[in-house]
Design a protein around this ligand. Structure first.
Ligand code: 13P
Length: 260
């Protein structure tokens, strides 16, 4: 075990309206509170669509819930004529502590390049929002370049050139494991996380190598413990299974499956 606080993140993608979002957050927090979840020992965060952030913020504040709030994207720009985009200052006002950047679905369907990801990371740093930088190889890249090359290169590209690195998180999500039910083995996740950490250490020094590194791709309550048993893997980024309060609270309580 390390002293990095495990991070359990639910990426809701384009699901749930703001009323459904409130119901899910309530159920999740009640379930975890009933189970005496120690929120300081295992951090839990949800990443609803933009349209639910304000309602989620109000609920979390009113109920004093300890779940963290994150957004699924951030504009690289400060303000102005960028129809449809949402800026870092807007997200900061909504108490979004985290933001997903460079998710493979944005790289694939919205042509997000490493340069765009890098600019969005700068925007997050500027507004004190912790970027959760998503990296991962496609099946074709896995076959031609092996498992670590692309995620390591994407990590370095996302972080290069910033004056100072603030807090950040890397989420390793093999594209072939997202929403497919095909899951990487804990050993594969561990090896890639170790390669990313080694690259962080080499390029940015010891402090950067203490960043939390997550695994994502078909994580469920019944397979989460395997990933978190590795000292290299500090949490998980969950898609489909985060839409079910019972399942996601089961994932957040992964420690009950681990004999420490
Ligand atoms: P699934 O958990 O549905 O495979 O999605 C993973 C993911 O893309 C999280 O960002």
């Amino acid at each position: 075990m390390t002293n990095r606080v495990p991070f359990i993140a639910g990426n809701w993608k384009m699901n749930l309206d703001h009323l459904q979002a409130i119901a899910l957050i309530q159920k999740l927090c009640w379930t975890l509170n009933d189970a005496d979840h120690d929120w300081g020992k295992v951090e839990v965060a949800v990443f609803p669509p933009f349209t639910s952030l304000r309602s989620a913020q109000t609920l979390i504040e009113a109920e004093r819930f300890e779940v963290r709030l994150g957004a699924q994207d951030i504009s690289a720009h400060e303000s102005g004529a960028f129809t449809g985009e949402v800026s870092g200052s807007m997200l900061a006002k909504l108490d979004a502590k985290y933001v997903l950047i460079g998710h493979s679905e944005r790289r694939q369907y919205h042509s997000e390049t490493d340069e765009i990801v890098n600019a969005k990371v700068a925007a997050a740093f500027k507004h004190g929002i912790t970027p959760v930088i998503c990296v991962g190889e496609t099946l074709e890249e896995l076959e031609t370049q092996g498992q670590s090359a692309v995620p390591v290169a994407q990590t370095i590209a996302a972080l290069s050139g910033h004056d100072k690195l603030s807090d950040f998180i890397i989420a390793y999500e093999p594209v072939w494991a997202i929403g497919t039910g095909k899951v990487a083995t804990p050993k594969e996740a561990e090896d890639v996380a170790a390669a990313i950490r080694a690259a962080l250490r080499e390029n940015y020094g010891e402090e950067a190598s203490n960043a939390r590194i997550l695994y994502g791709g078909s994580v469920k309550a019944n397979n989460v413990a395997g990933f978190l048993q590795s000292p290299e893997v500090d949490g998980v980024l969950v898609g489909g299974a985060s839409l079910d309060a019972e399942e996601f609270s089961g994932i957040s309580r992964f420690q009950k499956h681990i004999v420490l």
